[in-house]
Design a protein around this ligand. Structure first.
Ligand code: NAP
Length: 270
């Protein structure tokens, strides 16, 4: 691909950002679709200054990651209804100078679950109470599923369960719930601390769906334990690909090349 005066700029902002595979999937997609654009990773400290830069340089789109997903909201011109209700933006689209925020984490997680099973009427245990838990809890609640929030710090867990109007459960009482789905939304088990898991093996029961939204490593301790207990497992790669594919569609109006993006991530993680 030739970078020239017409090349459009995109990127991910966060801190830290060194672990991000977003540049890999988005540049793979731009290349495959023949779009004259580049996607970079920016580790930033001053969000306000960054957003002035985005406006003045005409950056066409951003992915937003930890710790800026909530702080970016007042710096945008408009926020989509779903992102506003979740309280987190992970995508910015520059519509001819007007910056609008969206949340694609929620639909990414939902698609990853729904392609594996019919989840209607299921009971879901969400482990964690941060931004990802909020996005996933919100969309699953909207689908009519029964949600339970489990979190290391009880206060934060109760706060999220109240805002989702669902129950809080202690991490050591998960087997009491008899859930159909359990989702790890915490970073416990993420590379390099791959020996961690936020729950013990008692949290899993046969036939349950266990999803970990961590994608590095592709097989976490959480998923290992789940598989040994007879669960259907889903790692963080599908959610990561689908949230990125939705961003690509919003920026370009085109369907993302999901298979090529997935192959690129699997190769990078191998
Ligand atoms: P966050 O807002 O910082 O929340 C982190 C949550 O994890 C908190 O509830 C925290 O509990 C809990 N936690 C942290 N360390 C823990 C440990 N050692 N044991 C038990 N609980 C622990 O983070 P986030 O934005 O929700 O992101 C969480 C993870 O999701 C990250 O690993 C991120 O990379 C991943 N993610 C993946 C995708 C994807 O597409 N696959 C998308 C978004 C996020 P306390 O309240 O007790 O501190």
């Amino acid at each position: 691909m030739i970078i020239d005066q017409y090349t459009q700029g995109y990127g991910v902002i966060g801190n830290p950002i060194g672990h991000s595979l977003s540049p890999l999937i988005q540049n793979t997609a731009f290349r495959e679709k023949g779009i004259n654009a580049v996607y970079l990773a920016w580790e930033i400290t001053d969000l306000k200054a960054c957003m002035m830069g985005v406006r003045s340089l005409g950056i066409r789109g951003l992915s937003v990651t930890i710790p800026f997903k909530s702080d970016i909201i007042p710096l945008l011109d408009e926020v989509d209804g779903l992102a506003e209700r979740i309280g987190a933006v992970n995508t910015v689209v520059n519509h001819k100078g007007l910056l609008k925020g969206y949340n694609t984490d929620a639909v990414g997680a939902l698609r990853a679950l729904e392609e594996k099973a019919d989840i209607s009427g299921n009971k879901v245990i969400i482990v964690g109470a941060g931004g990802a838990a909020r996005a996933i809890g919100f969309i699953l609640k909207q689908k009519g599923l029964e949600i339970f929030i489990a979190n290391r710090s009880v206060d934060r867990g109760i706060e999220l369960s109240r805002s989702l109007d669902c129950e809080f459960v202690r991490l050591d009482n998960l087997s009491d719930v008899q859930g159909d789905i359990i989702i790890n939304t915490t970073p416990a088990g993420m590379s390099p601390k791959i020996d961690l898991s936020p729950v013990s093996e008692k949290a899993f029961r046969e036939g349950m769906i266990a999803m970990d939204i961590i994608y590095n490593p592709g097989r976490t301790r959480f998923l290992d334990m789940a598989e040994k207990r007879g669960c259907i497992i889903i790692n963080g790669i599908p959610m990561f690909i689908y949230q990125g594919a939705e961003q690509f569609r919003m920026w370009t109006g085109l369907d993302a090349p999901i298979e090529t993006m997935t192959r690129a991530v699997e190769k990078a993680l191998a």
